[in-house]
Design a binder for this molecule. Structure first.
Ligand SMILES: N[C@@H](CC(=O)c1ccccc1NC=O)C(=O)O
Length: 303
């Protein structure tokens, strides 16, 4: 019998890292080359706030729509100019911030370019830590999607997109059990942008001070493990896994290994490493109608 431990060829690389190195790998702002870390985070917030203001000034919207009774269970919906409200593709976005920062109020990056093409954009709020636990966030995201399906039954497809921690939440929906929600959402595609899919390393970083994940919580909430274990009914949905050129090696590994696991599970997955963008620019480019990622999304929605 083999003794598990250091040096086995299939040992996850992060297990051999020092605490400092692991911390560094999982601090996306430290890998930004164009700006200092603080400035990159400030710019990201600013671009998100501006895009949200622009979306609210431009498109017909419903703001702070409750999808449940909890304080954070609210969504903003931006409608394209269409006679029949609800008869359009719906694009649901889950913001990042390591499950402990960010909000829907500054995350409507893509609302303007997508609404201009006839897509309804929903920015979903959820209760971040320490108020919310990861299990609660996953449940909230599940209910937000069921809510959209029930409210807009004539939707032309529901597309889920998440950034970073939000990509994790979206990825958990690949294996959601909809039976207890009384509806099967018309899921037509996933866009997982610079995500974390195996949460185990997070347990050993400073992010876990607010998250308080046990190893068991981390494993139960890791799509990387779940996709490999559970046979899913509907693998026909396209899943795009994208990571930025300037994301850290651990973020590259997370996306690549998740993509490979999806392929092994029979999912229609694709993988893209987006050139010239870091962890924050990758989502900031969604404010532009002709960025590579915006075009990939529109191609999937309208193919
Ligand atoms: N404290 C982190 C912030 C962070 O990770 C983050 C910030 C905004 C949007 C996404 C993020 N990462 C994952 O959810 C950092 O310094 O990189």
């Amino acid at each position: 019998m083999e003794v598990s431990g250091v040096g086995l060829p299939d040992e996850a690389p992060w297990k051999k890292m020092s605490a400092e190195e692991l911390e560094h790998q999982y601090l996306p702002s430290r890998w930004v080359v164009r700006l200092g870390a603080e400035e990159a985070l400030r710019t990201y917030s600013q671009i998100g706030i501006e895009a949200t203001g622009r979306a609210q000034a431009t498109w017909k919207s419903l703001l702070h729509v409750p999808y449940g009774d909890g304080g954070g269970e609210k969504m903003d919906i931006y409608f394209p100019n269409k006679a029949a409200e609800g008869a359009s593709p719906f694009f649901l976005f889950f913001h990042g911030g390591y499950w402990q920062s960010g909000s829907k109020d500054q995350s409507a990056f893509m609302a303007d370019p997508l609404a201009a093409q006839g897509v309804a954009v929903v920015i979903v709020g959820y209760d971040i830590a320490p108020k919310g636990t990861l299990d609660q966030m996953v449940d909230q995201v599940t209910r937000s999607i069921a809510f959209v399906q029930k409210r807009y039954p004539s939707n032309e497809g529901i597309y889920l997109c998440g950034h970073s921690a939000g990509a994790h939440l979206a990825a958990m929906m690949l294996l959601a059990d909809w039976t207890k929600h009384g509806v099967t959402p018309n899921l037509k595609g996933f866009f997982l942008v610079s995500g974390v899919f195996d949460l185990e390393p997070m347990v050993y970083t400073s992010q876990n001070v607010a998250l308080q994940l046990t190893l068991e919580d981390a494993r139960r909430n890791s799509p990387q493990l779940k996709v490999a274990q559970v046979q899913s009914a509907d693998t026909a949905c396209p899943v795009l896994v994208v990571v930025g050129q300037f994301d850290s090696p651990e973020f590259h590994r997370q996306s690549w290994e998740f993509y490979q696991t999806l392929c092994q599970g029979g999912w229609k997955a694709s993988f893209e490493k987006l050139r010239d963008v870091d962890h924050f620019e990758i989502i900031e480019t969604l404010t532009q109608k002709d960025s590579v990622l915006t075009k990939m999304i529109l191609k999937t929605v309208f193919q």
